[in-house]
Design a protein around this ligand. Structure first.
Ligand code: RTP
Ligand code: MG
Length: 138
């Protein structure tokens, strides 16, 4: 067993489309534990910390604007290999190519021109998880 924690976000598109429950159902069915959960309306400062690895990339500013467009649901999630496991549930970044059966593959819409509406975020490493949980659950 390698129990660990990860940060999951249901992004503003997921909350606005009423998909929070459907996404949580998949997480719970997989057996992961909800340790903490809250609705957050992040300011720019929090998002710049969260997305610091992407600063300067072409999609960075539209991404930050999108993430400020409405509330997200932040989840502290625990389980065996949950970092890898949740990213597997989420599917690949682009919803168009994400596999059917994944959150992004089943519910995600095409990216369109600027805004990256792919419903969820999941930390990508133990270091990211620790850093990101500190940003969203301080
Ligand atoms: P996430 O961090 O949200 O779990 O997603 P990820 O690891 O699959 O993707 P990442 O590369 O970390 O990118 C973070 C978010 O930025 C948007 N994005 N847009 N080429 C693009 O236009 C592009 N690449 C990434 C997505 O919203 C992605 O989730
Ligand atoms: Mg990422």
């Amino acid at each position: 067993m390698s129990t660990e924690e990860t940060l999951v976000l249901v992004k503003p598109d997921g909350v606005a489309r009423g998909l929070t429950g459907a996404i949580l159902a998949r997480i719970e069915a997989k057996g992961y534990a909800l340790v903490d959960i809250r609705l957050v309306e992040p300011d720019r400062e929090r998002l710049e910390r969260h997305y610091e690895e992407h600063a300067g990339k072409p999609f960075y500013e539209p991404l930050v604007e999108f993430m400020m467009s409405g509330p997200s649901v932040a989840i502290r999630l625990a389980g065996n290999r949950v970092i890898e496991g949740f990213r597997s549930l989420a599917g690949t970044t682009d919803p168009t190519s994400a596999a059917p059966g994944t959150i992004r593959g089943d519910f995600g819409r095409d990216w369109g021109l600027k805004v990256q509406q792919n419903l969820v975020h999941g930390s990508d490493s133990t270091e990211s998880a620790t850093r990101e949980l500190g940003i969203w659950f301080n």
